[in-house]
Design a protein around this ligand. Structure first.
Ligand code: TXA
Ligand code: MG
Length: 318
């Protein structure tokens, strides 16, 4: 089995130059970020972007996030504003994505942005990916490295499980610390959260000193990550479960069921950041163990718990 991970590499200078060469050539590679692993390709290259959509089997109307090393690079492609500048200073590089107006001179492939007049941009914190972004003269279009509607990967081996050797390079960056995807905030008009993450609405409100909007469940799809079924572990997921049914995997927070078979704690110490960070990891463990169904207990709906509830609610639309 050792050979089956032959395309997973530890980052070093040699891999850095190999990766840069590969990206310049229009290839798509698996990269670690602080949130989840991504499938990165040259955002200015239609060829690379098309490859990403094909590999992920992603619908063309679902735009990609464009990743940059710094604000100056991003300003070549988007129109920035005061809210962006404030949040950039406070949280970047970090797990937050900004939707901004596209500049008419931008070279980003229209295909990457699903022909929209806006672009979602992000500045990932992971050192490896930042080193790569620093060395390229193009940003990276980078969705999570999973097939469309699956759970995002948090280990390099998860990326391999999704795409096997279809990727020439997967860079190992260990476990992604944040463990769920970035917060997506639309800043093209009054700020609005499109996808909750660990940087939550309250923290952003306090930073901007304004009230911001969270998307309404019934509103039209602004961000396809808002599609109902998403982040699915591939088996039924049921929420707000008070009692274990005796056979399913049971996910909860705390240590009440420590060392009991079928019970999986997201965080023994009730830490919601850790709970978010363990969610996808535990989904994949449960699936590999062969369980047929996942029960999840009620998860507190504040802070990082809002993002957890968003993901598990979509995972339950099986
Ligand atoms: O943490 C993350 O954001 C990860 C890592 C790899 O950076 N990336 C990620 O990408 O989650 P993806 O493609 O799985 O999710 C991108 C989300 C989707 O919900 C997409 O619809 C939304 O961002 N999005 C992209 N461009 C947009 C735009 N112009 N307007 C609104 N939503 C947009
Ligand atoms: Mg995704």
């Amino acid at each position: 089995m050792k050979n089956s991970y032959s395309n997973i590499f530890t980052f070093n200078k040699k891999i850095l130059s190999k990766t840069i060469k590969s990206l310049k050539n229009g290839d798509v590679i698996g990269l670690p970020t602080e949130t989840v692993y991504g499938l990165g390709g040259n955002a200015y290259s239609k060829k690379a972007v098309r490859k990403i959509f094909k590999l992920k089997r992603r619908p063309q109307f679902n735009p990609l996030i464009i990743h940059y090393h710094n604000i100056k690079d991003a300003q070549k492609d988007v129109v920035t504003n005061k809210y962006f500048e404030k949040l950039y200073k406070l949280f970047c590089p970090g797990p937050i994505t900004f939707v901004l107006k596209r500049k008419s001179t931008s070279k980003i492939s229209r295909y990457a942005c699903a022909n929209l007049k806006t672009v979602a941009i992000r500045f990932p914190k992971n050192k490896t990916t930042r080193a790569i972004l620093k060395k390229t003269d193009f940003p990276l279009a980078m969705p999570s490295a999973n097939k469309s509607s699956n759970v995002s990967p948090v280990y390099s081996k998860d990326v391999f499980d999704e795409f096997s050797t279809k990727l020439k390079i997967i860079i190992n960056g260990g476990k992604c610390k944040v463990g769920i995807e970035s917060t997506v905030i639309d800043l093209t008009s009054h700020p609005k959260i499109l996808r909750p993450g660990i940087i939550d609405k309250k923290v952003i409100e306090n930073s901007l000193k304004i009230k911001i909007l969270a998307h309404k469940k019934k509103s039209k799809i602004l961000s396809p990550g808002m599609m109902k079924k998403h982040y699915s572990p591939g088996i039924p997921v049921v929420l707000n479960q008070k009692k274990h049914d005796g056979k399913s995997a049971y996910i909860y927070i705390g240590n009440k069921h420590k060392n009991k078979r079928d019970f999986f704690s997201l965080s023994e110490k009730h830490n919601l950041f850790l709970a978010a960070s363990n969610l996808y990891k535990i989904f994949r463990i449960i699936k590999k163990k062969g369980y047929k169904k996942i029960q999840i207990s009620k998860i507190p709906n504040y802070g990082a718990g809002i993002a957890i509830n968003d993901r598990i609610s979509r995972a339950s639309k099986f």
